[in-house]
Write a protein that binds this ligand. Structure first.
Ligand SMILES: Nc1ncnc2c1ncn2[C@@H]1O[C@H](COP(=O)(O)OP(=O)(O)OP(=O)(O)O)[C@@H](O)[C@H]1O
Ligand SMILES: [Mg+2]
Length: 251
């Protein structure tokens, strides 16, 4: 784990509530993510996992409570919000690549447009990142020519190209054919080992066991249980977690 000497948590979520109409989707959420930490969020469908991720980079607003990133409350708009979005990378279930752009262009678009990096420099770094995720040979192709696993690795390279302080992963392997899951998880395990701060919504328990510092179990808008992966998977404390684990272990 990296330690840049700054002890303030990178993310601090305090007493956060969020409604969608009458639906109370985040109920008094308290959570911190330290620098270099890997937090895996698991729980039943509709429990608020995606909403929590989206609230952290302000793709969703919150009704009450506070979220700070790197010691500052989340900005509402303008340059500060653009900065937050580049500091917090996001990798979704659907890869969301630009279909009409090449793989390399998908990776360099953010750095050139948002960070103001020169084209040749962005290309050089883009190629290094594609190398790192194992798809440099595909740089000139378009997303539709790649497998799902390859596209998701491009999405990770694209997030890394912005030099984020953290990456949020929302079920990054759920849309993939089973044989492609591991190649994406391997890239994520590598990032975790290098000290990237990560929050990962996933039901991949192998990943959680190998890479997570902490597992957060969310259900019905609440954090029900928080523990080390080993404790959580071998000795869940709550009935809800036991019930959930028995379902995903046997499905
Ligand atoms: N934009 C929205 N408008 C209205 N309701 C929403 C919206 N987004 C999410 N919800 C509802 O909020 C609740 C929490 O959704 P969320 O997507 O955060 O859950 P989740 O834990 O990520 O579920 P899943 O495992 O299925 O991805 C659900 O009941 C969902 O239907
Ligand atoms: Mg979700």
């Amino acid at each position: 784990m990296t330690d840049n000497g700054d002890a303030t948590p990178l993310v601090r979520v305090e007493n956060v509530n969020k409604h969608f109409g009458a639906l109370h989707v985040l109920r008094d959420i308290n959570l911190t993510v330290s620098r270099g930490e890997v937090v895996v969020v698991i729980g039943p469908s509709g429990g608020g996992k995606s909403t929590l991720c989206r609230a952290i980079n302000r793709l969703e607003t919150i009704d009450s409570g506070t979220i700070t990133f790197d010691g500052r409350p989340l900005p509402a708009e303008g340059k500060a919000l653009a900065r937050l979005r580049s500091d917090v990378g996001m990798v979704f279930q659907s890869f969301n690549l630009f279909a009409h752009k090449t793989i390399l262009e998908n990776v360099t678009l953010g750095p050139t447009r948002v960070r103001g990096i020169a084209r040749d420099q962005a290309d050089k770094r883009g190629m290094e990142l594609l190398e790192r995720v194992g798809i440099a040979s595909q740089a000139g192709k378009h997303p539709a020519q790649l497998s799902g696993g390859q596209q998701q690795r491009v999405a990770i390279a694209r997030a890394l190209a912005m030099d984020p302080k953290m990456i949020l992963f929302d079920e990054p392997t759920s849309a993939l054919d089973p044989e492609m899951v591991q190649e994406v998880l391997d890239v994520m395990i590598g990032l975790a080992r290098e000290g990237m701060t990560m929050m990962v919504v996933t039901h991949e328990m192998g990943f959680a066991r190998r890479a997570a510092n902490r597992v957060v179990f969310m259900a019905e808008g609440q954090i029900v249980e928080e523990n080390t992966p080993d404790e959580f998977f071998t000795a869940p404390r709550t009935e809800r977690a036991k019930d959930f684990l028995s379902k995903i272990l046997t499905h």
